[in-house]
Ligand binder design. Structure first.
Ligand code: ATP
Length: 200
């Protein structure tokens, strides 16, 4: 596909739910979280670079990345954290664009939780925000994961504000209602994206 829609939204907003509705319409998905894991998978270029810098103690016995060891390293060193970002961001970017290009689909949905925060909105043709108020983000995330209100609050606080995202997005899906109401909204956007991608 050569028309990319960047789908974003804060924690618990409903990105995955919305993305799956597009997939049901036959639209291909590229998931930034999956790509972020792929680029440091066993024997990957990314993991080799990490091992070169931090030594084999950053690996688990089976050769996979020890994520908690890496988290600790970058938590304790800004220099290491910046180094890691400089390594991973271009790899993730390249890998996502490659996948978007390769998939057979009228357009492709790139699901990126931190689309605006990481400047990935510049890589896509259109941005779609799934929006709910922070109280509901907290409620739905707690219902889904074993996390505290405080933990969700901290994550919300680390992400761009609702107002900021609303001002930047081309399209917005209000997901305060029932899941059943989403289908209609997704269908309407699908029609729009088919049109926009055919004109591009
Ligand atoms: P994260 O970024 O945290 O992974 P997400 O944006 O992908 O989250 P989802 O996992 O799709 O969000 O939705 C969060 C939770 O809220 C899920 O348990 C989902 O089933 C539920 N949910 C999504 N939309 C609605 C809705 N309209 N009404 C009720 N529950 C919903």
């Amino acid at each position: 596909a050569d028309y990319i829609v960047g789908l974003t939204g804060g924690i618990g907003s409903g990105k995955t739910t919305v993305a799956n509705l597009f997939a049901e319409l036959g639209i291909a998905l590229v998931d930034a979280d999956v790509v972020a894991r792929d680029v440091v998978s066993k024997n990957s270029t990314g993991l080799k670079a990490i091992t070169r810098r931090f030594g084999t103690k950053i690996l688990l016995a089976d050769g996979n990345l020890d994520r908690s060891a890496l988290r600790e390293r970058i938590f304790n060193s800004d220099k290491d954290r910046l180094w890691l970002n400089d390594l991973l961001h271009p790899l993730i970017r390249q890998n996502m664009l490659q996948q978007c290009k390769e998939v057979q689909s009228n357009y492709v949905i790139m699901v990126v939780p931190l689309l605006f925060e990481n400047g990935l909105d510049r890589l896509v043709h259109r941005t779609l925000l799934v929006d709910i108020p922070p109280e509901l983000q907290q409620q739905r995330t707690i219902a889904r994961d074993a996390v505290s209100a405080k933990q969700v609050q901290n994550i919300i606080g680390s992400q761009a504000t609702r107002a900021d995202k609303l001002s930047k997005a081309d399209d917005v899906i209000d997901n305060q209602g029932e899941i059943s109401a989403l289908k209609c909204k997704v269908n309407a956007l699908h029609t729009l994206y088919l049109h926009l991608s055919s004109e591009a």
